[in-house]
Design a protein around this ligand. Structure first.
Ligand SMILES: [Fe+2]
Length: 498
């Protein structure tokens, strides 16, 4: 059946859904040339509204994942996007309607995430509620889409983007906040880190009951080594970590998750409890079963949503990330029943910062490295878990209580100097997360290209901009155009074919 697009912030502007699957072979290049030395795929995923849920709600985490892939090879680009055929998606396709009823689906306002427990019926019993709509990353020769919560990771074909199926290691993973719906149901972070040489994937699952976090180290052969963090202090939203040469550093921050908040307090599954301390779990990376150092910091309430990377000097850890004044999500402290949702950067600001931790004394310090609003930090991912120098972000300008993103920023973390290229001024457009691709497999850290997807949604067109890291201030060396509005995506990665 047909529906109008609901008039909700979740589905307006840059969040208008791209509801069709497209194949664009030999994409039009409107400026420059696609570097011939680039061969690989740039993949992203995001929540894409197909129809309302059974309750008529439109929670962003109940929207089906849509993967976008730009394949570059020998100067040519091919674009595809495909629905991720999760068990939920397939069930709803079979019936032609929303089949799931969520415990947070009846609020009709900002509290709706589509993240509450599903009220199971004869159709949905045994079907994971995951939508795999937050990130897609390369692993063991596959492309894997993850939604962080609600369902297991799903493998996709790197060229056709067809859904291959749930990864064969999912039954070894922990659960999220929901009971597992079936054998092989699981949760897995949207922001795993990996070791470029060994292929080992460092991930986790988290929940609102003890043990709040389970670490998972996944081998390319599908083996999973797991550790439950029974000492974890509270039910944080464990969205990202830092990986260093010696440690996995997981921040416990006072953005909490609790399904009982929905049922007992009639509020959002997410809460902000700034009286809780920021506590770091410092876990030995090469022995996740070893002794964990818990560092209770005296950092003021602030919030890191995504990490850039970390360096180590003697016993000092420098943990780099854009630091928010508060999480970029609505909470009951400042939103009332009936208010529309405010998504991401409209209600919070972040700028590049650094937490410095003295592992001998446990002392901690927080500082900002820049005044410029920025988020969506990325690095040369061949150097995950290693010392690093270059960070890439989307930059912006202050806008009311939040920020408006408009530029690409490259920062030399050694000298603190940065380069910026402003991609848009006042045109309505989504400047999405930038991703680095190396010039060659042996090029130095940070030497290569940065690909930035831009959705010129008001003009119904999309673009991929390719910058050369030699000097981004000269603007993109290549502009690849798509003849339609590029759907909004949260995160993605580059997979090298060379
Ligand atoms: Fe994220």
């Amino acid at each position: 059946m047909g529906y109008p697009i609901p008039k909700e912030a979740r589905l307006q502007g840059v969040f208008q859904p791209m509801r069709f699957e497209a194949t664009v072979e030999e994409c039009i290049v409107t400026h420059g040339e696609i570097p011939k030395d680039l061969s690989g795929g740039f993949y992203r995923t995001g929540p894409t509204w197909k129809r309302p849920t059974k309750q008529g709600s439109n929670g962003i985490l109940s929207m089906d994942g849509m993967v976008q892939g730009l394949i570059l090879d020998n100067g040519r680009a091919d674009f595809r996007n495909r629905w991720i055929r999760t068990p939920k998606y397939l069930l709803e396709e079979q019936h032609g309607r929303g089949m799931f009823e969520y415990s947070d689906g009846d609020f009709g306002d900002w509290r709706v995430w589509g993240y509450g427990d599903v009220k199971r019926d004869k159709y949905t019993t045994g079907v994971p509620q995951g939508t795999n709509n937050v990130n897609v990353f390369p692993f063991a020769g596959q492309i894997v889409a993850s939604g962080e919560q609600g369902g297991p990771p799903i493998a996709l074909d790197p060229i056709t983007l067809e859904t291959a199926g749930i990864v064969n290691w999912s039954s070894k993973l922990g659960s999220g906040i929901h009971d597992k719906a079936a054998f092989g149901d699981a949760a897995f972070t949207a922001h795993p880190k990996w070791d470029h040489e060994t292929g080992l994937l460092y991930g986790w699952s988290y929940r609102d009951t003890k043990p709040y976090v389970t670490l998972h180290c996944v081998s390319p052969d599908g083996g999973v080594d797991s550790r439950e963090l029974w000492d974890a202090p509270y039910n944080t939203v464990a969205h990202d970590i830092w990986l260093t040469e010696d440690y996995i550093v997981m921040p416990f921050q006072p953005m909490v998750i609790d399904s009982k908040r929905i049922t007992e307090q009639q509020t959002s599954v997410f809460g902000w409890e700034p009286d809780l301390p920021i506590i770091l779990a410092v876990i030995p990376r090469n022995d996740i079963h070893g002794s964990i150092r818990w560092i209770t910091t005296d950092l003021e309430p602030q919030y890191v949503m995504h990490t850039m990377s970390a360096n180590t000097s003697g016993s000092t850890l420098t943990l780099d990330a854009p630091i928010f004044n508060r999480p970029p999500f609505p909470f009951e402290q400042d939103f009332a029943a009936g208010d529309d949702v405010a998504l991401f950067f409209s209600i919070a600001k972040s700028a590049l910062g650094r937490w410095t931790i003295d592992l001998e004394t446990g002392a901690s310090k927080s500082e900002f490295l820049s005044d410029r609003p920025s988020e969506l930090p990325k690095v040369d991912e061949r150097f995950y878990g290693k010392p690093y120098r270059f960070g890439f972000q989307v930059g912006g300008v202050n806008k009311r209580t939040g920020m408006s993103m408009n530029s690409l920023v490259v920062t030399d973390m050694k000298t603190g100097s940065d380069q910026e290229y402003v991609i848009r001024t006042d045109q309505p457009a989504g400047v999405l997360e930038a991703t680095f691709a190396p010039r060659s497999t042996s090029s130095a850290e940070g030497d290569g290209y940065i690909i930035v997807p831009v959705s010129w949604w008001a003009e119904n067109r999309g673009e991929y901009l390719i910058f050369d890291t030699d000097d981004i201030t000269q603007g993109p060396v290549t502009r690849i155009e798509l003849p339609f509005r590029l759907g909004w995506t949260a995160h993605g990665h580059w997979a090298d074919f060379r």
